[in-house]
Design a protein. Sequence first.
Length: 211
Amino acid sequence: MAVITIAREFGAGGKTLGTKVADKLGYTLIDEEIVEMVAKEANVSPDWVDSIAKETGSEGFLPRLIKKIGPYRKGYVGIAMEKNPGYIDGDLYISILHNIIPKIASQDNVIIIGRGGQYILSDHPNTYHFLMIAKLEHRITFMMENYNLNRKQAQIVVDKQDKRRLNLYRYFAKTDYNHPKLYHMVFNMDKVRMEEAVNTVVQLASGVSAS
């Protein structure tokens, strides 16, 4: 049994990789479901959680909050121990991720897309961390081909998500999110076909399961 985390530059195909690997291994893919889990933990609506997550990529509430009060007000432990807080902000969002992602991983046979899994589960046993990267043009083309977008739409989406990713990791107080030492493998999708990446992840995860 294994846990897989997939970090990615948006448009490099992280969810596609996760979906294909999950299908082959019979694993559970966890992506947007985390929004529901965070909402339940914070006792707020999923829409509120989603709005907080989205603002990590804009010059809105969350970046202003970071500049004003620093990365964490109470620390992970203090915030995570609050019972049914009935609100959500950037601090609580990140703190709850640190609380629920290990719980998800404890079930084994799961694939977690993004949300700092490579940091939160850095010491979790039987866990493989993968990073997917690609040149901007490749990522724009991928979005056009797989999500029925025109070029302008695809570029807007990729640019916006790149900013969200950057600001999310700033909120984690991390700047090394693309460093290869964090991962078991880095897939440069300009040079690797999706099926090659899928087969590689399946082979590694199967090796863990067989041990």
